[in-house]
Design a protein around this ligand. Structure first.
Ligand code: HEC
Ligand code: HEC
Length: 263
């Protein structure tokens, strides 16, 4: 009697064990199917594309940039390390034609860009893969506030670039360039990466709204027509005063003399 009871009990335990295995199995299958359905698609493909870009970027870098910046972008006597400068610095320097540097001098000049969009993106991806750094900024001009941008520009940028963005000389043969040729993205990149003597204005100085506002102001002031007539190079009050002194006052004098002579 007791042995049959024990037999039933053992069979029951086995059945319960089997049942719990079945539940576990079903749960795993359900989990797997749910993951397959909900998992973000194309993830594997995009990382593959990214590493392809990094690989292509490394090849381009080694042929055109490594002589100065070092085989692993670590820097040499000729040029600074690019580890941590981010995609934004590469995009700014190469899309504005400053890099690759043609010849050493006090400053890298803006030139015709030597690489196309895809190649620039690849080199930027390579440098960004070395260490984290500023990303290529997403500019949203619609988000910018022109008046705020104007105020920020006059207090932070005009001392070097002039209030109308027409540029100015600095010391040691360096200069702050005219901002007209810069695209909105390049303006934001210059703000974020601070090329050459220009200070870096990071996210703790300007948030994205402030950057959008400055970019909007630069776009406005460098592309606006001159409603007041001749702009005289927008160099400000000194040339304007000079033109008044050299042209305006003699003209008035001549007119007075002429009127006096007739009277
Ligand atoms: C003839 C030497 C030379 C070559 C070639 C060259 N560079 Fe440079 N690069 C420099 C020097 C010098 C500087 C620093 C002075 C400056 O910024 O004007 C610099 C600065 C930079 C900066 C700015 C770093 C920062 O701190 O913001 C970036 C980015 C850069 N180079 C990328 C490149 C890339 C990408 C290439 C290849 C397409 C390249 N350079 C080729 C000499 C060179
Ligand atoms: C201390 C002087 C200084 C200040 C302040 C300064 N910049 Fe610059 N800026 C420079 C210099 C120098 C360069 C040229 C860098 C180079 O040639 O590599 C430059 C380059 C630029 C460029 C690139 C133009 C081109 O030819 O592609 C832009 C855009 C720019 N600055 C915007 C700004 C803005 C916006 C501010 C204010 C938030 C600002 N800068 C503040 C000195 C300055």
């Amino acid at each position: 009697m007791t042995s049959t009871a024990a037999g039933f009990a053992a069979a029951g335990r086995r059945r319960r064990k089997l049942a719990s295995y079945a539940v576990l199995l079903t749960a795993l299958v359900v989990l797997g199917v749910t993951y397959a359905v909900l998992a973000p698609r194309g993830h594997a493909a995009s990382t593959a594309e990214e590493s392809f870009a990094v690989q292509k970027g490394r090849e381009l870098f080694q042929t055109s940039c490594a002589t100065c910046h070092g085989i692993n972008a670590q820097g040499t006597q000729e040029a600074p390390s690019l580890i941590g400068v981010g995609a934004a610095a590469v995009d700014f320097q190469v899309s504005s034609g400053r890099m690759p540097l043609a010849r050493p001098g006090p400053q890298a000049d803006r030139k015709e860009a030597k690489y196309d969009r895809a190649q620039i993106d690849q080199m930027a991806a390579y440098v960004a893969s070395l260490a984290p750094g500023p990303q290529i900024p997403q500019v949203d001009l619609a988000d910018g506030d022109l008046q705020l941008g104007g105020n920020l520009f006059r207090t932070n940028c005009a001392s070097c670039h002039n209030f109308a963005g027409s540029g100015g000389a600095l010391t040691y043969g360096k200069y702050a360039p005219r901002l007209t040729p810069a695209t909105p993205v390049q303006v934001a990149e210059a703000i974020r990466t601070g090329p050459e003597n220009m200070p870096v204005f990071g996210p703790s100085t300007f948030d994205d709204h402030q950057v959008n506002s400055i970019v909007k102001y630069v776009d406005y002031v460098t592309r606006s027509k001159n409603p007041g007539g001749l702009a005289l190079g927008k160099f400000g009050p000194v040339p304007e005063g000079l033109v008044i002194a050299v042209v305006g006052i003699p003209a008035l004098l001549a007119m007075t003399l002429w009127i006096g002579a007739r009277a």
